[in-house]
Design a binder for this molecule. Structure first.
Ligand SMILES: Nc1ncnc2c1ncn2[C@@H]1O[C@H](COP(=O)(O)OP(=O)(O)OP(=O)(O)O)[C@@H](O)[C@H]1O
Ligand SMILES: [Mg+2]
Length: 200
């Protein structure tokens, strides 16, 4: 598998995933660690179909769940695994826990969503940026998709917190300001990498 480390950043809409994934990759690079920022949904062939389908209001949530899982496998095979082989730290802005949370709520099929995602290699470390939906939504100026409803995100947040218990996601209080949250992100990642590799 090479010496890479796979980190995913999760959380509801507006929790700060993109902000902190990008900051983290910059920070790692500054400290001499080869790292890659990547995200889901991807810009690959399946990801593009998925994004066009997500915009529709009449889509079957099961079709959507299957496309998310397919896009994820492409992401894993084409980007994540090759970079891990090259010993990169790969930071993914959303990954399998996004489906385990969002698609469980949209389909109501918790076990099935796990099943269709069973080929998604688990990240070595997952950070859950936890905020109340009100806070997350207030940070997003325009509501872009139907996923961005407060009551819906409340249920997604509950799924995420359940996953944190079950699968050991590291929960970070993302209601604080960016600097404070990032300090915590770096602390957790730094601690993990210390055990993982002879990083200074
Ligand atoms: N801790 C924070 N405090 C205040 N504002 C924040 C914080 N974290 C992020 N923001 C701001 O909130 C907005 C949304 O952040 P970001 O895009 O990183 O969230 P996201 O989780 O990637 O959202 P999405 O799910 O929509 O992709 C950005 O304008 C960002 O600068
Ligand atoms: Mg984002």
């Amino acid at each position: 598998m090479g010496g890479g480390v796979f980190i995913s950043i999760e959380g509801i809409d507006g929790s700060g995933k993109t902000t902190h994934s990008k900051k983290l990759v910059k920070w790692l690079s500054k400290h001499g660690v080869r790292s890659l920022y990547t995200r889901e949904p991807t810009n690959g062939a399946v990801g593009r179909i998925l994004k066009s389908i997500v915009k529709r209001r009449d889509v079957d949530s099961r079709v959507e769940a299957l496309l998310f899982a397919a896009d994820r496998l492409e992401h894993l095979n084409r980007i994540i695994l090759p970079y891990l082989e090259k010993s990169y730290v790969v930071v993914s802005d959303r990954y399998v826990y996004s489906s385990l949370a969002y698609q469980t709520v949209t389909t109501g099929e918790r076990k099935w969503v796990r099943e269709i995602n069973k080929f998604a290699r688990k990240p070595d470390l997952t950070l859950l940026l936890d905020v109340e939906p009100k806070v997350g939504l207030s940070r997003i100026r325009r509501h872009r998709t139907r996923f961005e409803e407060e009551s819906f995100l409340e249920r997604v947040r509950e799924e995420y917190l359940r996953l944190a218990e079950e699968d050991g996601l590291i929960v970070i209080d993302a209601s604080k300001n960016i600097g404070e949250v990032f300090h915590e992100v770096v602390r957790v990642v730094g601690e993990h990498l210390k055990h993982e590799s002879p990083l200074a």
